[in-house]
Design a protein around this ligand. Structure first.
Ligand SMILES: [Zn+2]
Length: 136
């Protein structure tokens, strides 16, 4: 039993000054944090899609994309100095910010029902909640 614990701890978890096979530094933490943020967006999108039973991309997906990719861009620029990684994240912020802008515009253009107060999509003519006619 002791040799199993020794093997797991000394050979797999902490080996040659590496934790889980990674030589940690402040920039490694930044890089893995960027990876975690960027990867988590898939679970957020998947959860939203399963919840609605329809493929949707929630606003949080774009925020996680933006924060994760900018973090990974910093990792590439200031730590790796690697053109492949820098180029991979150099321009992705453009569609992420544009999607966030469109989300905001769409939210601002919603029509509030005078009858029940529900906020409805901009192109709506009637409130699906109370059936009242919506005025623009
Ligand atoms: Zn209504």
């Amino acid at each position: 039993m002791d040799s199993i614990i020794h093997f797991i701890w000394h050979d797999l978890i902490w080996h040659n000054d590496k934790f889980l096979g990674v030589a940690w530094s402040a920039w490694k933490i930044v890089g893995w944090l960027g990876n975690a943020i960027f990867f988590s967006r898939f679970f957020v999108q998947w959860y939203a899609t399963e919840k609605k039973k329809q493929v949707v991309i929630p606003q949080a997906f774009w925020w996680l994309s933006l924060i994760g990719s900018v973090t990974l861009l910093c990792y590439g620029l200031f730590y790796l100095h690697d053109s492949v990684v820098i180029f991979a994240y150099a321009f992705t912020w453009i569609p992420y910010i544009r999607s966030l802008m469109i989300h905001r515009q769409h939210k601002a253009a919603r029509i509030t029902c005078a009858g029940c107060g529900q906020k409805n999509p901009p192109q709506s003519n009637f409130c699906p909640n109370c059936g009242g006619k919506l005025t623009k």
